[in-house]
Design a protein around this ligand. Sequence first.
Ligand code: C2E
Ligand code: MG
Ligand code: MG
Ligand code: MG
Length: 286
Amino acid sequence: RAKEAGRGTYRFFASEMNEKILGRRKLEAELWQGLERREFTLDFQPRYDTRSMRVRRAEALLRWRHPTRGLVSPSEFIPLAEETGLIVPIGEWVMRAACAAAARWPEIGVSVNVSAVQMRDDQLAAVVADALLSSGLEPSRLEIEITESVLIEDADRARAVMLELKALGVRLAMDDFGTGYSSLGYLRSFPFDAIKIDRRFVADLGPRGEARAIVQAILGLGRALGLTVTAEGVETPEQLMLLRVDSCDEVQGFYLARPLSEPDLLGLLTGGQAPELRSASGGARG
Ligand code: C2E
Ligand code: MG
Ligand code: MG
Ligand code: MG
């Protein structure tokens, strides 16, 4: 009986696995199609200078408008795009679209996420150079966000690619800082201009407690190494207030602004401050 049950279980798992594989293959095919059919778009989330509370740059965030599934979140398709290598052509589209958009904006810069797989592509710097050239965007207005995992997997290669990118004149930021394993000293051996404090530390931020101590330590490190420090995931006025008190350079999060379509971003830039922002900066001052 046990044997029978075991076989049944096996059959159950096998069919479930088939379904999973089929589902993934379908999604993979749809990703290709999505690229061809221009189903990808970018939203832009404003990042504010903490002192002036003005928008300094915007982070490009990839969105997939699937014809039947609707809006698919990057956390659902980016891992598969990375495994299949599709992130390389998708990432190239993102880079070109983000540079072209930023070239239309007044002054503010753009920040583009680049994953570990893209960092291993030896065409990356050439693609970035071409995106800058064809859009006419000043290189200093482009920032590239890289996660810590890139540095751990193949540090020498990552450093070489980063130096190629720096030679183009773009800024480099470490994304989700604090979630990986790289030590603070290790950070110094890479040509970063900025670090982004992961939102898990920001989420736990209170006047007392560990999260604030961690944020203050990262800010101290950033200052010592001459890096711009951004806090991401700012959701409450209290978090904003503490980050201002501790002199964090830049803030980004739902409390200030959600990721926006390009027209909405431009509306926010030209129409002055967003309503949320007015109350946010007013609240922090008062
Ligand atoms: P990330 O680079 O750390 O981007 C920040 C994520 O946090 C975004 O999620 C953003 O919408 C979200 N976020 C912003 N403010 C808040 C907040 O106040 N609270 C909370 N809970 N979340 C906030 P999104 O757009 O779903 O992107 C998820 C991740 O997907 C990104 O994390 C990035 O790693 C990746 N990604 C997005 N676009 C691209 C892309 O074009 N290329 C690559 N390679 N990766 C991308
Ligand atoms: Mg990012
Ligand atoms: Mg991040
Ligand atoms: Mg992330």
